[in-house]
Unconditional design. Structure first.
Lengths: 263, 370
């Protein structure tokens, strides 16, 4: 896939974000193409969360410009960003365990069936769509009324991703979706990311696990102490180099020697 | 991978029985059957199941149902209202003051009382969502504030805490009829004439049936249960109620107006309490400062027996209605069976504990917690 020639769907130009005297982002520039999986890597405190929150309308940048589909954007709140097509799937998901998959799937976007002047929740439609979408993502539900609480962590991530895609996300931000998952569940989520990317949706995948990033990423941007250490294309960089950049190079190299390459 | 029929081999097949366990109404259904079997066996000849007896426990159950519907929806939305009992006393007193003491037309008195009480409900909700304080504490404050006013106002105006003369003041009033009337009189007269139900054999009501109509209270109870159940399960707003109680942050992230939902549910609870109060003052013809005492707890108990989780996000209006039915049948049934009435409280405590334990167990099944 030749992603570099098309215009980026979203461009973040010299984004700065200050919280009082703390400079969380000191001029970060990233552009994201439709249909690519752009991995955002960085250690804790590197500014990954602040950066994606700026992209999704939670924070207003102190300086810098966000250009979405060629237009400068100024999101007042997350709802603006969602309406524009930027959806975020958080680490702590936003799924309600006691509610059924179908009720969760349509939460806040309930389909309406009108009987005269009375509007009711169209359960038939909701159930049918939920089952279809889940099947597409490779999740076997007992039924649309199965409670989300009975799903595994990876399946919940997949439901959240499927929901965002169904409601028209053009940019899907995944905030550490694999950090709390087991091996098998992680591979399910990575497979989901791959499917979403192939539908032409831009995926921003935040992680600090280099192997997860390498598995699905098209391009990799490393953040360190509020700055970008550059963007690399797949095949241009080795996992070891990424790892070094994330950790700030030197110290980890020494540490890695004593740990025998286990990090 | 997309073969649905294949299923996930790690998920144990769940039997129909276990699936039915997950319905919130289950406890209420089992309890209702158990209670009727019990009293059918031990109090059948006591008059509990003749027309008069049935009407007796039905009315009591209907009273519980009215406040249980409000408490149920509010609890599913993740909040409590402890001011329901005080609200009942307060609303009744307001009607008496406006309608009897000040002599306003009864329909105006009733409407203004509804407005005042629903405004208090909205205030409860507003304080809870704005401060983020537990509704338990906020409405506990309202409990005392409203009860205080309910005693203070009639004492200041009339130097007494019971105000009568409401029945006379409500004579011929259309809105008072909606809350205080009995319907189906001719039908019951016909049943009485046929001998299906008993008739008075002495006194100035000789020949009239012992049950002379269905009180509007029961129509309200039935109407509120149907409306509540429909709204909760069949509308978009119902989904928001579940979501607001299940996880307010997650709901907000998905665009659910959580604060508005909670405030509306507080207002609905106040509405239900006021319906209860209006029916009660129309029946008694008076308002007393001590009316509605402990009703908030009775409503919550009925809701919990009906399968709702105290933590919110899960429950059923039908379940709450069955909880109210159990409540009413047992309270009156023990009287019919000639059991010492103080034992009712023992029963209440035991069944509450059993219901909470069962609900916690069911929640674990649903969410797969261990």
């Amino acid at each position: 896939m030749n992603v570099s020639t098309s215009t980026p769907i979203i461009q973040m130009k010299n984004i700065e974000k200050h919280f009082g005297s703390v400079i969380a982002l000191a001029g970060v520039s990233v552009d994201i193409q439709a249909g690519e999986c752009h991995c955002l890597l960085g250690d804790n405190g590197a500014g990954k969360s602040t950066f994606i929150k700026t992209m999704s309308g939670v924070h207003k940048p102190t300086a810098g410009e966000i250009i979405f589909e060629g237009q400068p954007m100024n999101f007042a709140n997350p709802r603006d960003a969602i309406a524009a097509g930027i959806a975020t799937v958080h680490q702590h998901l936003g799924m309600i365990p006691l509610m059924s998959v179908s009720r969760n799937f349509f939460m806040g976007n309930e389909p309406i069936k009108k009987i005269g002047p009375i509007k009711t929740f169209d359960h038939d439609y909701a159930n049918r769509v939920t089952m279809e979408e889940m099947t597409k993502m490779g999740i076997n539900l007992r039924g649309p009324d199965q409670a989300v609480g009975t799903l595994s962590g990876g399946e919940r991530q997949t439901v959240a991703i499927a929901r965002a895609v169904h409601f028209g996300a053009k940019v899907l931000i995944l905030d550490e979706p694999t950090s709390a998952l087991g091996v098998r569940q992680t591979s399910n989520v990575l497979a989901t990311i791959d499917k979403v990317r192939k539908q032409g949706i831009a995926v921003v995948f935040i992680t600090h696990n280099v192997r997860h990033a390498m598995a699905v990423g098209d391009r990799f941007t490393v953040l360190n102490r509020g700055q970008t250490l550059g963007t690399a294309r797949k095949g241009e960089i080795t996992p070891e180099e990424l790892q070094d950049m994330m950790a700030g190079g030197q110290e980890l190299a020494t540490l890695e020697g004593s740990l025998g390459g286990t990090v | 991978m997309s073969d649905v029929s294949n299923g996930d081999e790690r998920i144990k097949a769940t039997s129909k029985f276990r699936q039915s366990l997950m319905r919130p109404e289950l406890g209420g259904i089992v309890g209702t059957v158990a209670v009727f079997v019990f009293f059918g066996l031990f109090a059948f000849d006591s008059g509990m199941f003749n027309a008069q007896g049935v009407m007796n426990w039905s009315v009591v159950s209907a009273q519980f149902m009215i406040i249980a519907v409000g408490a149920c929806l509010l609890m599913i939305a993740g909040e409590f209202d402890l001011s329901v009992g005080s609200m009942i006393g307060f609303a009744g007193m307001m009607i008496a003051i406006f309608g009897a003491t000040l002599g306003w037309p009864m329909w105006i008195a009733i409407l203004i009382t509804f407005v005042i009480c629903i405004a208090f409900g909205a205030l409860n909700g507003y304080i809870v969502v704005k401060t983020g304080l537990p509704s338990f504490i906020v409405t506990l404050a309202t409990l005392f504030i409203l009860r205080g006013f309910t005693i203070f106002i009639p004492q200041t105006l009339e130097r007494k805490t019971i105000i009568g003369g409401i029945r006379e003041a409500a004579e011929g009033d259309w809105l008072a009829w909606v809350f205080g009337a009995k319907i189906g009189g001719p039908f019951f007269q016909w049943l009485g004439d046929l001998g299906v139900i008993g008739t008075f054999t002495r006194g100035n009501r000789m020949g009239e049936p012992v049950v002379d109509g269905i009180p509007m209270l029961m129509i309200w109870a039935l109407g509120l249960v149907i409306f509540g159940h429909w709204m909760l399960t069949r509308t978009r707003f119902g989904n928001w109620v579940f979501a607001a109680g299940g996880d307010a942050d997650a709901a907000r992230n998905s665009g659910v107006p959580v604060s508005a939902v909670k405030i509306k549910m507080f207002m609905f609870t106040a509405f239900c309490a006021t319906v209860f109060a209006v029916c009660q003052v129309m029946e008694f013809g008076s308002a007393g400062a001590d009316r509605g005492l402990l009703k908030e707890f009775e409503a919550i108990i009925a809701v919990v027996i009906g399968g709702a989780l105290l933590t919110g996000g899960y429950g059923s209006v039908i379940g709450a209605a069955l909880g109210a039915l159990i409540f009413g049948v047992v309270q009156q049934g023990l009287f019919f069976a000639g059991v010492e009435s103080s034992l009712f409280r023992v029963f209440l405590g035991v069944i509450l504990l059993a219901a909470v334990i069962l609900n916690t167990y069911i929640r674990r099944i649903i969410t797969g917690e261990r």
